[in-house]
Design a protein around this ligand. Structure first.
Ligand SMILES: NC(=O)c1ccc[n+]([C@@H]2O[C@H](COP(=O)([O-])OP(=O)(O)OC[C@H]3O[C@@H](n4cnc5c(N)ncnc54)[C@H](OP(=O)(O)O)[C@@H]3O)[C@@H](O)[C@H]2O)c1
Length: 324
C-alpha cells in the first residue's frame, strides 16, 4: 500500500511516496481503510522537527482521518467491519490503511461525508476546548478570532456563533474577511490594513473584548490583549506567524484578565472522557449542518507536499484534505 513518509526533518518536498507493508490489527486495534486525511498547520512543523513532539523516522504526517473499519484485532467488541469512523492520532495518517487502537476512534453515525468528517476533530475540537472548557464563553459575550478563515479560526467563528457570542473575525485579506462573514462573523477586521488594537478597541467599546482566540501570535497577540475586557480571557492557541510573543504581564494586572493556554493533543490524552463528550457533540452539530467542516481543496496522496505548501503559503480557507 502507499504511504507518504517523512524520513528526515525538512520541508514538504522532502516527503516521499513509498510502498509499505499492509498493517495487521494487534489486540485492541482496528485496521481502518483511510478515505480522507485532514492536514493541519502543525503537520508543517512536525515534518520540519519544529513541533513539540518529534516522532521516530520514518513516519507519515496527518493527525486526523476518516475511513471505514476493515478488520478488528483480539478483544475488540465495540467496533466492527464496515463501521464509518474518524480518528485522531497526532501523526501517521497519510497512508492508505492504518492499524489503530480503537480508543482513538469515534464512530461516525451522523449524516456527514467522510471528506468533511476528516477535518472535524482537530479544528473544532480545539475550538471546543478553547471556548467551552477554557474560556467558558457565555452567550452575548464578544469573541475576537485571529486568523479567522484558517482551520482553527473558522471552526472558532462557527462555534462562537453557535454558542451565542458576537464574533469579530480578524484576518489578512478582504477575501478571507468575506469568507468569515459568510460563515457567521458579525464584524470583520483586516489586520494588514488597520491597526488591530485600535480596531478591536473600537469594536469592543468601553467594555472591551471578552474572549480573544489567538492561533497567530507575533505582534497581533499584544495588540489584541490591549483591547481585552475586564476579566477577559486571552486564549493562547498557536503561533502561525512564526514568532512566539512575550506579553507584558502588567497588562494582565491592569485588565484583571486571564491568559489561558490551549493544548488540544494533551487534553485528549489527559481528559479522554471530556474529549469523547466533545466529539459526540461536534459530530452531532456537524451532522445537523450547524458546523460547515468547510473543505478548501482535496489533494491526492501523492500531492501531500502541495497541500502542506498551501498551508504555509497562507492560502487555505477552512481545511485541506488528502485522499489516499
Ligand atoms: N494549541 C492547540 O491545541 C492547537 C490546535 C490546532 C492548531 N494549533 C495552532 O494554531 C495555528 C493555526 O493552525 P491551523 O491548522 O488552523 O492553520 P491554518 O489553517 O494555516 O491557519 C493559520 C492562519 O494563521 C494566519 N497566519 C498569519 N501568519 C501566517 C504565516 N506566516 N503562515 C501561515 N499562516 C499565517 C493565516 O491567517 P491570515 O492570513 O488571516 O493572517 C492563516 O489562515 C497553528 O500555529 C497551529 O499549530 C494549535
Amino acid at each position: 500500500m502507499k504511504a507518504i513518509l517523512c524520513t528526515r526533518f525538512g520541508g514538504p518536498d522532502d516527503l516521499v511516496l513509498a510502498d509499505i507493508a499492509e498493517p495487521v490489527p494487534g489486540a485492541g486495534e482496528a485496521v481502518v481503510r483511510i478515505e480522507a486525511v485532514g492536514l493541519n498547520f502543525y503537520d508543517t512543523l512536525i515534518i520540519a522537527g519544529r513541533y513539540q513532539r518529534k516522532p521516530p523516522f520514518p513516519f507519515s504526517p496527518g493527525g486526523e482521518f476518516a475511513g471505514v473499519v476493515e478488520r478488528v484485532g483480539a478483544g475488540v467488541s465495540d467496533f466492527a467491519q464496515g463501521d464509518r469512523v474518524i480518528g485522531y492520532i497526532t501523526y501517521g495518517a497519510a497512508r492508505q490503511r492504518i492499524a489503530v487502537e480503537t480508543r482513538k476512534l469515534v464512530k461516525l453515525t451522523a449524516d456527514l461525508g467522510l471528506t468533511r468528517a476528516a477535518g472535524l476533530t482537530v479544528t473544532y475540537g480545539t475550538a471546543y476546548l478553547a471556548l467551552i472548557e477554557r474560556a467558558q464563553l457565555k452567550r452575548g459575550e464578544t469573541l475576537a478570532v485571529l486568523g479567522a478563515s484558517g482551520g482553527v479560526g473558522l471552526a472558532t467563528v462557527e462555534l462562537g456563533k453557535l454558542l451565542g457570542a458576537r464574533v469579530i473575525a480578524c484576518t489578512s485579506t478582504d477575501d478571507k474577511l468575506a469568507f468569515a462573514r459568510a460563515h457567521g462573523a458579525d464584524v470583520t477586521i483586516n489586520y494588514t490594513r488597520e491597526d488591530l488594537r485600535d480596531a478591536l478597541k473600537r469594536e469592543g467599546g468601553d467594555h472591551g473584548i471578552d474572549v480573544i482566540f489567538d492561533p497567530v501570535g507575533g505582534p497581533h497577540s499584544e495588540a489584541a490583549l490591549r483591547a481585552i475586557a475586564w476579566k477577559g480571557r486571552h486564549l493562547v492557541v498557536g503561533f502561525a506567524a512564526g514568532e512566539i510573543p512575550k506579553l507584558p504581564l502588567n497588562l494582565t494586572l491592569l485588565k484583571g484578565c486571564d491568559v489561558l493556554g490551549v493544548y488540544f493533543g494533551d487534553w485528549v490524552r489527559r481528559e479522554p472522557d471530556r474529549y469523547r463528550a466533545c466529539m459526540a457533540e461536534l459530530t452531532r452539530w456537524a451532522g445537523d449542518g450547524k458546523l460547515s467542516c468547510h473543505v478548501h481543496r482535496v489533494y491526492p496522496l501523492a500531492a501531500t507536499a502541495q497541500a502542506l505548501k498551501a498551508l504555509t503559503g497562507r492560502e487555505v480557507m477552512g481545511k485541506v484534505i488528502v485522499t489516499p
